[in-house]
Design a protein around this ligand. Structure first.
Ligand SMILES: Cc1cc2nc3c(=O)[nH]c(=O)nc-3n(C[C@H](O)[C@H](O)[C@H](O)COP(=O)(O)OP(=O)(O)OC[C@H]3O[C@@H](n4cnc5c(N)ncnc54)[C@H](O)[C@@H]3O)c2cc1C
Length: 375
């Protein structure tokens, strides 16, 4: 017998109609939300405008808190044997080794494991499928309106096709940094853009040192190259300037470039994640620099936390979502400012901290506790 939840303001049984909950966006946040509903026996519909899932490299670090949240769907057990535990993190400034940090365990296990975002999403999608829900690809949200009791949205399958009008109880905007849900609802996206043009590239190489999982190469001019190993034989480089692929080629003689792309980074969030019958989660609600590796993790946390709360008819979740986003954005901005600083004194302080932390796991722990998402 499927779990029959109460849904705030909805008098009709959830399973009696298909579109009680509609998720826009089949990325990590939308999948996590839909999976939590589907596993509880609640009908949920999830659409994505892409023709199919993109496997282009994005996040590589998956936090302990997320592995725990995904445990009950069987995702953690099937993925973690292939994920790479984050045990060593090496940090250079102007070519000199500053610290080789042995990553301390948090609550008895590694704060994060490396695993490619695209493959994790495939596992989430597979788990969703086992509950009979599939992402409807090639379906785009083209309008949103709200009355007091319902959200009214229009979906289009393809250019020139007949639009589909839906009336729903909850609209979940999980449609990424350029969210259409946010735009149609005229929600402010408060914050600022970082001035730099960033780049990300991935290479295949056999020269990555197996005892290290991540390297950070900083420079007095404020640039920083973050190297990690999303899967064995593959290295990802993220640079807060153009030219990530060239930097990788300089360091790995056998580098075969898989892709390179430029992107801009902002620090923005919606003041509240809910307006009427619509919620925003993941990048649609907050964006930040990739420093600290929190975007994917916060997106999945948002999705599962919101779904669980709605199933329990608990609307106080709005404040929890907003508070966590504020904290994570504060942390990633602070982290980025420290990494990219050109101020001599701050560089000295930062480097001294990491030198000391390398020999004193207790000192490094506060940082890795935040990375772990267990707070
Ligand atoms: C280079 C790079 C490295 C990163 N590294 C890390 C890391 O190590 N750790 C970490 O935690 N995070 C990292 N991030 C951040 C992370 O990738 C994002 O925060 C995460 O993808 C957000 O997931 P999401 O589901 O909210 O949005 P998205 O992944 O953007 O998904 C949104 C989906 O909505 C769909 N959509 C959009 N508009 C519509 C519409 N109108 N109708 C229907 N569908 C629509 C899109 O097609 C898309 O599939 C990184 C990001 C980048 C760019």
């Amino acid at each position: 017998m499927p779990h029959q939840p109460k849904l705030h303001g909805a008098s009709i049984a959830l399973n009696s109609r298909r579109d009680r909950i509609l998720v826009i966006g089949g990325g990590a946040s939308g999948l996590a939300f839909a999976l939590t509903c589907a596993a509880a026996g609640v009908n949920v519909r999830i659409v994505d405008k892409r023709p199919h899932r993109s496997l282009i490299g994005k996040a590589t670090g998956v936090a302990q808190g997320v592995w725990r949240q995904l445990q009950r769907f069987g995702v953690t057990a099937s993925v973690i044997p292939d994920a790479i535990p984050m045990r060593n993190f090496v940090f250079y400034d102007d070519g000199s080794l500053i610290a080789n940090v042995s990553v301390p365990a948090v609550d008895g296990s590694q704060p994060a494991h490396l695993y490619p975002q695209g493959q994790l999403e495939q596992h989430l999608e597979h788990a969703l499928h086992t509950y009979g829900v599939s992402v409807e690809y090639g379906t785009t949200l083209v309008s949103v309106a709200q009355s007091g009791v319902a959200a009214h949205v229009t979906l289009m399958k393809s250019e020139g096709s007949v639009p589909e009008l839906c009336e729903i109880d909850w609209l979940i905007g999980a449609d990424g940094a350029h969210s259409d849900v946010r735009r149609y609802l005229n929600l402010p996206f408060v914050g600022r853009d970082y001035p730099e043009q960033w780049s990300v590239a991935e290479i295949e190489t056999s020269e990555w040192p197996p005892e290290v999982q991540a390297q950070l190469l900083l420079h007095r001019n404020g640039t920083g190259l973050f190297l990690s190993q999303p899967s064995r034989g593959v290295v990802q480089g993220i640079l807060n300037a153009q030219g990530a692929a060239a930097e990788l080629k300089k360091r790995f003689g056998d580098a075969e470039v898989k892709y390179e792309r430029n992107f801009r980074v902002s620090l923005r969030r919606v003041p509240r994640p809910r307006i009427g019958r619509a919620w925003l989660i993941g990048d649609a609600a907050h964006v930040q620099s990739p420093v600290g590796g929190q975007g994917l993790n916060l997106a999945i946390w948002d999705g599962i936390t919101l779904a669980e709360a709605l199933l329990d008819n608990d609307l106080t979740v709005e404040e929890r979502l907003a508070a966590r986003a504020r904290k994570v954005l504060f942390f990633t901005d602070f982290d980025y400012r420290m990494l990219a600083t050109r101020v001599w004194l701050l560089r000295r302080l930062r480097n001294s901290y990491w030198r000391f932390a390398a020999g004193n796991p207790i000192v490094a722990k506060w940082f890795f506790k935040i990375i772990s998402g267990v707070w």
